[in-house]
Design a protein around this ligand. Structure first.
Ligand code: GLU
Length: 376
């Protein structure tokens, strides 16, 4: 399947049912085979990030909780105790392939507050560039019920959006979306490809299929995750996880449902910056900078003539030329007070003034050119 073989960045969501055996211990055999699959993708030059559940399930065993329903503090305690067991299992499985794991625990705030989002993105970008496999989970120990993602399908979609992934793989106990529940209805047809998430598709996921998928999320949450991913220019692949090498199986043509991306991750990100964020301020740039921006360069402090309004690091700002015409919108890497201090300065002079440097005022990746952009 081309979405999987050509993706530059892939997020794979692995649920508790795959990772934790019936005895409550990590399923080492499955993990070992799955990491073989991941190593193959990495060897092909693809970057992979794993969103892994299993902390609460492993913690239950470690803390000797019985099968009863846990209170919230007990669940959070189980997550704390289980998360380290989870990482130990991932490390043991990745190590034979010469791959290092890195634990990344996120809360909803980290993917929704832009400043924290930029920070988390920079960290994950760095890990991926270093060839490390980030293993992401929700920081269950500190989040309260109201601010939880609750299910890792949505967390995985937000992470895919954050890092500009091209493919999101949701490993499930069913090989994709069906027109009806295939266990009950012999006439149920498998849907291999979805271009648009229409109300009909949503109804299929919310109806007979909604119970599919173990753990917290069923098919309905998978389709919700696919919607987030599609808006972010990322394709979603839903297939069976309980195979030794589930990604290789999909590549070899085993059944799966692909929800197409629609547009590229980069285009979606730029549309979001250009159309969906309220700008907090503005930067007026000189003619040289305006020309550089038009050729895809970053906005350096040296080319900035004036700073207007009050904005924080990571806020959207409008970039204007000296005639006051809007050139584009971007995310500022400095707040307005620091931008004022460094405007007109060469990049290598910034550190002496601020005591730190974040590079250009707006990085080319975070800049959407042109005054009119479609909200997504
Ligand atoms: N974060 C939870 C855990 O690690 C799992 C949530 C989910 O499976 O969707 O146990």
């Amino acid at each position: 399947m081309s979405e999987l073989t050509t993706a530059r960045r892939i997020v794979v969501k692995v649920g508790s049912a795959l990772l934790v055996g019936a005895d409550g211990a990590p399923n080492a055999a499955w993990l070992a085979a799955f990491c073989q699959d991941l190593a193959r993708l990495r060897a092909r030059g693809q970057q992979v990030l794993v969103v892994s559940s299993g902390a609460v399930a492993l913690g239950r065993r470690r803390l000797a909780f019985s099968k009863r329903a846990l209170t919230l503090p007990e669940k959070q305690a189980a997550a704390a105790a289980g998360q380290s067991a989870l990482m130990r299992a991932w490390e043991a499985a990745l190590e034979p392939h010469g791959l290092a794991a890195a634990q990344v625990l996120l809360t909803r705030d980290d993917t929704e507050t832009r400043r924290r989002w930029l920070n988390a993105r920079a960290t994950v970008d760095t890990l991926l560039a270093l060839g490390v496999v980030p293993v992401v989970n929700e920081n269950d120990t500190v989040v309260t019920e109201e601010i939880r993602y609750g299910d890792n399908d949505r967390l995985a979609a937000r992470v895919a959006q954050m890092i500009g992934a091209d493919a999101l793989v949701l490993l499930s106990d069913i090989d994709g979306l069906y027109t009806a529940d295939p266990r009950k209805d012999p006439g149920a047809r498998h849907i291999p490809r979805v271009a648009q998430l229409t109300p009909e598709i949503e109804a299929m996921a919310g109806g007979a299929n909604s119970g599919a998928g173990v753990g917290t999320g069923g098919m309905a949450t998978k389709i919700m995750a696919a919607r987030i991913a599609q808006h972010a220019g990322c394709a979603t692949i839903i297939s069976i996880g309980a195979r030794p090498e589930p990604l290789a199986a999909v590549e070899a043509g085993e059944l799966a449902t692909v929800i197409e991306a629609g547009q590229s991750a980069r285009a979606a990100y730029k549309a979001w910056i250009g159309g969906s964020l309220a700008p907090h301020g503005g930067l007026t740039v000189d003619a040289g900078a305006a020309r550089a921006l038009a050729t895809g360069k970053s906005l350096l402090a040296a080319g900035v003539r004036a700073v207007d309004g009050r904005f924080g690091k990571g806020d959207a700002v409008v970039v204007r030329d000296e005639q006051g015409r809007e050139i584009g919108r971007g995310l500022a890497r400095y707040d307005s007070a620091d931008a004022e201090k460094i405007r007109g300065l060469k990049s290598d002079a910034i550190e002496a003034v601020l005591g730190f440097t974040e590079g250009p005022l707006i990085h080319a990746d975070d800049l959407a050119l042109g005054p009119v952009h479609q909200a997504s």
